[in-house]
Design a protein around this ligand. Structure first.
Ligand code: SAH
Length: 390
């Protein structure tokens, strides 16, 4: 349904600065009878259209799709999605040795609430707003129009990301494809299962950081903690690691890792470990040259930030204390509420606690297919460091 609403006179500045979220407190109209997912036209106090977006009964009440007075229809989605795909093609993410990338990254692509991940012909659509979920058919049409022969199927997977009050069905919108489906990241083969896997099936956001590990792998013994399906392990083995150990607390994740190791014939140089990383890292039973720490978000909300920092500090201090002299640590945080500066300070605190000398060699972040809108700094979430311990 199309509806209209007005914004308080003093609350328009953030919209004028193109921030894509409108909070409930900024709305002056009565929106009680609005439905989740309604397409709304937003007026300022002078009755001028200042935005259009998807409404939802939540703290973030409107996710803005446009700041112009334009129709939100099939041509709108065609333009936005076409632009996002063009950017990925320019970034050389469709290559002979790579056919995995994020095609649409929410606010970063001007489509708040929408994620589209691409796995060798299959586009997996994940909606984080009810309005986007109601638009999935237009989204699928746009993907088909732009991907043409590069598209086998479109799968809609939003049951994990939408509020329970909305009925969702995960299903193919276009075509179908058997899972696991084999796709390529930087020359490594991966089994991808969007139906049973976490998120859309794979953590695409670590592609460039995994590739960076290649430089540090030759002849090395690597421990990949929080490995999920083994992305870092595979890149390390492809680039000459002597031995890789992959650790995850989930048996399912370890079985995905082992399937991927088999798929690439890396079995002789690999061992998996099912364990809680926080406990395992307290007293490492073996020496490693390279250790990867890529935990899940320790804090999803600001009120959990302090506890999260303690968690990152403990994990990193244990690792720094025990790694071989000259050892390399790839350490990450994907908690949006822990910013780059705070994360760096936490690693410094861990280094002090460990009593060893630590150098920062490289500063890492989310890749180019996870862009950040200049008007939405909240879009920055993944940060990491490559450190060397003397
Ligand atoms: N590094 C991975 C992505 C990590 S996702 C990649 O490159 O794809 C986070 C992973 O941490 C998940 O697989 C989850 O099962 C695992 N995990 C969560 N808590 C854990 C814990 N306490 N110990 C070990 N693994 C854990």
């Amino acid at each position: 349904m199309k509806k209209s609403l007005q914004i308080h006179k003093k609350k328009t500045h953030s919209i004028e600065r193109k921030h894509p979220w409108i909070f409930s407190g900024a709305i002056s109209s009565n929106v009680e009878d609005f439905e989740d997912g309604d397409l709304v036209t937003v007026y300022d106090h002078k009755e001028k259209v200042i935005a259009k977006g998807h409404f939802q009964h939540a703290t973030i009440s409107i996710r803005v799709l446009t700041f112009e007075d334009e129709e939100i229809d099939q041509p709108f989605f065609d333009r936005k999605i076409g632009n996002a795909i063009k950017v990925r093609r320019n970034q050389q993410l469709f290559r002979e040795d790579n056919n995995i990338c994020r095609l649409v990254h929410g606010e970063g692509d001007g489509l708040p609430g929408l994620v589209v991940d691409y796995y060798n012909g299959v586009a997996v659509v994940q909606c984080h707003s009810i309005g986007m979920y109601k638009s999935v058919d237009m989204i699928a049409n746009a993907l088909k129009a732009w991907l043409k022969s590069d598209l086998i199927a479109v799968y809609s997977k939003s049951s994990d990301t939408l509020p329970e009050r909305i009925a969702t069905e995960d299903k193919y919108l276009i075509g179908s494809c058997e899972t696991p489906h084999i796709a390529l990241e930087n020359g490594v083969k991966l089994n991808i299962d969007w139906i049973t896997g976490q998120k859309t099936g794979f953590f695409i956001d670590q592609r460039e950081n995994r590739f960076l590990l290649a430089k540090y792998s030759k002849g090395k013994k690597i421990l990949n903690t929080f490995c999920y399906s083994g992305g870092f392990s595979l890149l390390g083995l492809k680039h000459g690691a002597d031995l890789v150990h992959s650790l995850d607390s989930s048996k399912k994740a370890i079985s995905l890792t082992e399937d991927n190791i088999k798929l690439n014939n890396f079995g002789s140089k690999h061992k998996s470990i099912v364990a809680d990383a926080m406990t395992y890292m307290k007293d490492l039973p073996e020496d490693y040259d390279v250790i990867i720490l890529d935990p899940p978000a320790f804090a999803k909300h600001r009120d959990k930030r302090h506890k999260a920092i303690q968690g990152y500090k403990r994990l990193n201090a244990h690792t720094i204390r025990q790694i071989k002299p000259g050892g390399i640590i790839f350490t990450f945080s994907c908690s949006q509420v822990v910013d780059k500066t705070l994360f760096n300070h936490t690693i410094t605190a861990a280094a002090i606690e460990s009593g060893r000398n630590v150098r920062i060699l490289e500063q890492l972040h989310q890749p180019m297919d996870h862009p950040i809108s200049a008007f939405h700094p909240e879009g920055e979430y993944l940060k990491g460091l490559v450190i060397q311990v003397d």
